[in-house]
Design a protein. Structure first.
Length: 236
């Protein structure tokens, strides 16, 4: 007969397996994005260098380049290579611009924004942010057929593009020494974790309703997250 210790060890092992699977998925997605960005950078570098070389050859047919011209071409090649290797291909998303992102791209852009905020979050909130990232990846293809103007799309945009960034930015406005200080029975760290857990659950429900085609329920549920806990007290 299994003892309580055996059952606890089994539950712990199951939890560790789920954690490894989740972080493995996150690592895989991060590697895919990084590899795609590297390929895109290499393609742009090759294209820019090709254009510079062809332009130099055409110009050289009419005016000999000489040593000075060759040095200029070399400098242009180096400058183009460094520019495409160093500068970001896509401007990092900001919380303010997420509301303007097209619906189909909103989950990915929100996930990218959340990744940039992750270092500033406490450890338990990072785990929840990772879980939200996994669910956003699942949600992304489900929005492909959803109209931008539909009530269901408005609910998705409100949750993912507005309430999630507002929660994280509200937490970040709290001075770091005060984030573990209890106020009205809760600390800002706890409020953040509870808010992220609510959003994580809401995204899962939205994804399930989209998978079932239950857009009416999604549109009429009236999701207003209780980001402000203990009455109307928020993360301040």
């Amino acid at each position: 007969m299994p003892t309580d210790v055996d059952r606890q060890l089994a539950r712990s092992s199951e939890f560790l397996d789920r954690t490894r699977e989740r972080y493995g998925s996150l690592s895989k997605r991060a590697r895919k994005r990084r590899d795609a960005e590297i390929l895109k950078r290499l393609g742009r570098i090759a294209g820019a260098d090709f254009v510079i070389v062809i332009a130099a050859m055409v110009f050289g047919w009419f005016v000999p380049l000489g040593m000075g011209g060759a040095l200029v071409v070399m400098a242009l090649l180096i400058a183009a290579t460094l520019a495409f290797a160093v500068f970001p291909l896509v401007e990092p998303p900001s919380a303010e611009k997420l509301v303007q992102v097209p619906l189909k791209a909103l989950p990915l852009r929100t996930e990218q924004w959340l990744e940039t905020q992750r270092p500033a979050l406490p450890a338990p909130a990072r785990t929840l942010a990772d879980s939200i990232g996994v669910k956003l990846e699942t949600l992304s293809p489900q929005l492909a057929e959803l109209s931008e103007e539909s009530p269901a799309a408005n609910e998705v945009r409100k949750l993912v593009g507005e309430q999630l960034p507002e929660l994280v930015k509200g937490y970040q406005r709290v001075p770091e020494p005060l984030r573990a200080v209890e106020r009205n029975g809760r600390t800002p760290n706890q409020q953040l974790e509870d808010g992220l857990k609510l959003i994580d659950d809401e995204i899962a429900q939205m994804s399930a309703q989209l998978a079932e085609g239950d857009l009416d329920l999604l549109a009429t549920k009236g999701r207003y997250l209780q980001i402000k806990y203990q009455g109307d007290e928020g993360i301040v």
